[in-house]
Design a protein around this ligand. Structure first.
Ligand SMILES: [Zn+2]
Ligand SMILES: [Zn+2]
Length: 291
């Protein structure tokens, strides 16, 4: 747990990782030890088609999890990797189920259905806008920048979806597979939540977007009327993203930047922010709904 620049306690959480229970390179116990040493408060072990219930591994709290992937490897056909987080019981899901029935089953088990790595999956808004009940998506997925892939960042997808009114909570996750320095303890969320919160309360804090996603920097996005302000730890770049394709005050470059603000225009329906620190590490705010 850390205390942020506003004095709020935050839990360090990775909601997506694999172990030797599916295609990860470390056992659950080895993975938990790596995350515990790196100061994490909670992890979700999300092996493919292998549900793990909530509990603890050697003292590190685990939120129940699994990843259900359908659609094979051809992005043109609709590849969906859906995390089940915080379910109260194992979802009954088969490999022939549709994305919608997987999402429905996860929600029916009291969990949250997360659309994992939409950029890696080449998901389009046309593929997802008919889906009801997606609880969150990943704006950043670390393993998609490691090993055999280079599409970790889903900014285009989340902005295009937000243009259609889908303002998902935006997670950053490791999706750890290799544990070789490329994907473990790389991307996480800092969740404003009591350490003793129940699983349901953790999911509720995610649904409220009471977190920021990061590789290290701190970021906060604040609204006062039409004025939007970013406050952050020292950055070399602060960027704001909305449904406007261009505005002159949306990207600030420099050194030691800790604040930037802009006025939104009447036609803007959402806004979010990103910061980049001098070491290249990034942080991502959630979207603010301006409608
Ligand atoms: Zn996946
Ligand atoms: Zn995964």
């Amino acid at each position: 747990m850390i205390t942020d620049m506003f004095g709020r306690n935050r839990l360090k959480v990775n909601l997506h990782l694999h172990t030797t229970e599916s295609d990860g390179q470390k056992s659950p116990e080895e993975a938990a030890a790596i995350y515990q040493k790196a100061g994490y408060d909670i992890i979700a072990v999300t092996d493919h088609w292998k549900y793990r219930e909530s509990g603890a591994i050697n003292g590190l709290r685990t939120l129940s999890g699994a990843e259900y992937n359908i659609g094979g490897g051809n992005g043109a056909g609709g590849v969906f990797h859906i995390l089940a987080l915080g379910c109260e019981r194992e979802p009954g899901i088969g490999k022939e189920d549709s994305a919608q029935s997987i999402i429905d089953e996860i929600n029916g088990c009291g969990g949250m259905a997360v659309l994992a790595h939409p950029a890696w999956s080449l998901n389009t808004v046309e593929q997802t806008e008919g889906l009801e009940g997606i609880g969150a998506t990943e704006i950043y997925n670390a393993v998609s920048d490691a090993g055999q892939s280079s599409r970790p960042y889903s900014g285009y997808f989340v902005d295009a979806a937000a243009c259609k009114g889908q303002l998902y909570p935006l997670l950053a996750d490791d999706d750890t597979h290799y544990y070789d320095g490329s994907d473990e303890t790389n991307a996480y969320i800092m969740l404003a939540c009591d350490p003793d919160a129940s699983d349901a309360e953790i999911l509720e804090a995610i649904r409220r977007k009471d977190f920021y996603a990061t590789q290290g920097p701190e970021i906060h996005l604040l609204r006062e009327g039409n004025r939007i302000t970013v406050k952050c730890s020292a950055a070399v770049r602060i960027s704001l993203f909305s449904n406007t394709v261009w505005a002159k005050d949306r990207c600030l470059r420099g050194s030691g930047l800790t604040e930037h603000s802009c006025e939104v225009q009447p036609f803007e329906t959402f806004i979010r922010a990103e910061v980049t620190a001098a070491d290249g590490r990034k942080a991502w705010s959630n979207t603010i709904d301006l409608r």
